[in-house]
Design a protein around this ligand. Structure first.
Ligand code: MEV
Length: 445
């Protein structure tokens, strides 16, 4: 059968097949079956027990997708010197974080504080009645819901966390009869997604039961229709602030053509632009997430949740803005980042993924709060490196230098050719065309 036609066939029961059989089906849909199988298998871990761990993380695993695991040394946060693990494919991110870390290590290091660690979950439901009638029984309801989830919360409470608050939210002006029970949780060192969702589902059925049992409720009010129960990834109260500061003179060496004060002013203007212009703000914040995500992935945290919260937070006042800010005052450069970071250091992948576990060990087994402060500092470090380049020599020199290896690999350069290229491009502009020309020339010679 022609391959195009084969691709149109719906594959039934794929997830139930053995991995080898899945691989055969996938290969069969490609032009080069043997190479496909060889390629995908070549990335299987040689140690079967290690491979099994990865196979069991997700459904339909047929291979592993490698991303570099690097480290940024000299990251001083609140006086502790961290060697920070970073998982990222973009060539310049680790170099950028490292060079900022090195600079700030001699200028007081990064400072950070956790503002709060609250996480939110919601039970969304329809209820036809007057809010004040619901509020009259709300204290009783809270007690009832807490009791219903007590088996789930006992462990978390023993660790110092649990349910912190419950509110009734009336959204009937937006959707007819739509209310929420909005719950705040403290999940201590865990990200807590499973804990929160389990509590919420328990609350949902208890809420229905509670309504049914209310003698003061009419027959209609006894009916509570649950729509869904789920945590919110928007965590504005799980907030961390990181900052650096120095005298203007300490920035004198940032650029040969600018004094420290001029550099600080130009830098502050670049950040201001990201506060007022949404196009710039998006790229600016992307640079922050280069660092934050790399720490999140290296430590087994959910970087999609972190990104989602961060971008919503950036738009909290109705316009998407920079997450970092600069203040120039009394000859001082004060540069900060406030970012919601729902991170965990226990549970989830943090101990299941051998390298995530190792990353946390490398960081000295931090608490979730410490990890939040480290990740925020790395985000600020990456933002600093990006803005520094942008307002001085431009981003491409550094980027393309780091990208040189990728271009050389594209041309399948040998070790000798790579050595020659690295030497040559120390003082020549790296571009795809220039590298291509250079390789052709040395190959002719
Ligand atoms: C590239 O990954 C990130 C930057 O574009 C960030 C920025 O422009 O601020 C360099």
């Amino acid at each position: 059968m022609p391959r195009r036609r084969k691709r149109d066939i719906i594959i039934k029961g794929f997830s139930k097949l053995l991995k080898e059989d899945k691989l055969k089906i996938v290969a069969d849909l490609m032009d080069n079956q043997i190479e496909t199988i060889e390629l995908l298998k070549s990335f299987w871990h040689a140690d079967h027990s290690k491979q099994k761990i990865f196979d069991e993380f997700s459904e339909n695993t047929i291979s592993n997708f490698y991303i570099p695991y690097g480290v940024a040394p000299n990251m001083i946060v609140n006086g502790h010197n961290y060697l920070v693990p970073l998982v990222i494919e973009e060539s310049s991110v680790v170099a950028a974080a490292s060079s900022s870390a090195r600079f700030w290590s001699e200028h007081g290091g990064f400072h950070a504080e956790v503002v709060d660690v609250m996480k939110i979950g919601q039970v969304h439901f329809l209820w036809k009645g007057e809010k004040k009638k619901f509020l009259a029984v709300f204290d009783k309801l809270k007690h009832y819901l807490k009791g219903a989830a007590s088996d789930i919360t006992a462990n978390m409470e023993a660790r110092g966390g649990g349910i912190v608050n419950m509110e009734l939210i009336d959204m009937t002006d937006q959707i007819e009869n739509y209310f929420q029970i909005k719950v705040s949780f403290d999940t201590v060192d865990s990200m807590g997604a499973n804990f929160i969702n389990s509590c919420l589902e328990e609350f949902a059925s208890a809420l229905q039961q509670f309504c049914r049992n209310q003698e003061t409720f009419t027959e209609e009010e006894k009916e509570c229709r649950i729509i869904m129960s789920i945590l919110s990834n928007y965590t504005p109260q799980c907030l961390v602030k990181a900052w650096v500061e120095c005298d203007f003179e300490e920035l004198d060496k940032m650029d040969k053509d600018l004094t420290g004060r001029q550099f600080a002013e130009k830098f502050a203007l670049a950040v201001k632009i990201a506060e007022v212009d949404v196009y710039r703000a998006t790229t600016h914040n992307k640079g922050i997430f280069n660092g934050v995500d790399a720490v999140a992935i290296a430590t087994g945290n959910d970087f999609r949740a972190i990104e989602a919260a961060g971008h919503t937070y950036a738009a909290k006042n109705g316009q998407y803005r920079s997450l970092s800010h600069v203040e120039l005052k009394d000859g001082r450069f004060v540069y900060s980042l406030s970012i919601p970071l729902a991170m965990g250091t226990v549970g989830g992948l943090t101990s299941l993924h051998p390298l995530a576990k190792h990353s946390l060990e490398m960081l000295g087994k931090p608490t979730a709060k410490e990890l939040m402060m480290i990740a925020a500092s790395v985000g600020l470090a990456n933002n600093f490196a990006a803005i520094r380049s942008l307002v001085t020599k431009g981003i491409q020199i550094g980027h393309m230098k780091m990208h040189l290896m990728n271009i050389l690999n594209h041309f399948q350069a040998t070790k000798e050719e790579k050595d020659k290229a690295v030497e040559y491009f120390v003082d020549h502009k790296v571009s795809f065309a220039n590298v291509s020309k250079f390789i052709q020339e040395i190959r002719v010679k």
